[in-house]
Design a protein around this ligand. Sequence first.
Ligand SMILES: NC(=O)c1ccc[n+]([C@@H]2O[C@H](COP(=O)([O-])OP(=O)(O)OC[C@H]3O[C@@H](n4cnc5c(N)ncnc54)[C@H](OP(=O)(O)O)[C@@H]3O)[C@@H](O)[C@H]2O)c1
Length: 397
Amino acid sequence: MRSVTILGASGSIGRTALAFLRNHRDKFLLRNVAFGKDWQAALDISREFNVASVSFEDTAAARSFMASRAYVGARTGSGPRVVAGPQSAVEMAADCVDVVLAAISGSAGLPSVISAIRSGNRVALANKESLVCAGPELLALAARHGTSIIPVDSEHSAIFQSLLAGKKSEVNSLLLTASGGPFRDAPLAEMANASPEKALAHPNWSMGHKNSIDSATLANKGLEMIEAAYLFDRGEEDIEVVINPSSVLHSAVCFCDGSMIAQLGHPDMRMAVGYGISWPDRMPSGVKRLSLADMGSLHFSPVDHARFPCLGLARSALRAGGDGPLLFNAANEVGVASFLRREIRLIDIAPLVDHCLDKGMGRFRGPLDEVSDLHEEAVRFCRAEANRLELRPAVST
Ligand SMILES: NC(=O)c1ccc[n+]([C@@H]2O[C@H](COP(=O)([O-])OP(=O)(O)OC[C@H]3O[C@@H](n4cnc5c(N)ncnc54)[C@H](OP(=O)(O)O)[C@@H]3O)[C@@H](O)[C@H]2O)c1
């Protein structure tokens, strides 16, 4: 039996992982689960999997969990240990298990990723913000502790799997695919006037609000390009991004002999999440095999950089190094939140990011344990810069 910790068990990735574990009860034992505040989900999950420990970032949620009749009933038998507070996920992550799935959203996920690595735990990493904000430091830490980071983002999982086809020295470049989001072919004026509702309607993937808006601007591909550069030790010039509207070719590796090795499948996170947990083995994920005959064709096109300037900005941030990627992430986060509040237009996110990179780079550098605070500082800086710029509100419908 392999023991597992899930950080962010009530989220989209966390629930996908639970479904995977449900189908492989003979192979995995879910030991620890971390939540923000969703104590009702915690009750269901802890009872179903009979977990040893449950944590809540929100202490009131921990109190509600412990006061619930179902928990009191369980406690008389062998109910889980409950940990609460801002450091609680860090404590869950430190318990030695076979794999920790890091699926807390946003930069709040970074301290628990650090903690898991420091304990020598293998990390199946969904939380891309950790790598974007502190990629080189995290990878160095993992190397020092002799442990691995297995990517769970579908593109990086595809590259990770494709890399198995050759040696590192034989790799020429990486290919990241992007769906192009809801405005791939829309007139630019439509993109300029897009409401949050329109921008949230992703054609292929069902995701949270932040990820959906990032897909609409291709900032997500910028973040993923940074993540890939760190994870696979390549410069941005070695990472090509191409549009594949169906999101069926998840990403690929180009080798020195001209071969391109890709991973294909339905756009369904169950594969990447399952592989992240089961690596180095493959186990059924519940996803049906792709029928190429039914699909008929696979379409690709280059990225239109005038439409999607965020990708170029991510490249500049990565090339600049230092706190460039952290600042790109913070400025984009501020831009997305402002757009969702209808304070700015979708197309204002890129100029805001550009402005913040220009004004802020070099201010947010520090050791790994301070990166979460530096991120918060960068967000405050970008908010202040956003207020300085005269940007138009988004349309209201
Ligand atoms: N969804 C996808 O398809 C996808 C694909 C690739 C990568 N990712 C990445 O995976 C990560 C998770 O994404 P998601 O879509 O699953 O997010 P989500 O649905 O918003 O879930 C976030 C999870 O994190 C928990 N959480 C939030 N803040 C916390 C804190 N301070 N301490 C402990 N737990 C906390 C939440 O708990 P509560 O519910 O209790 O608040 C919830 O369980 C993100 O970094 C995202 O970029 C997602």
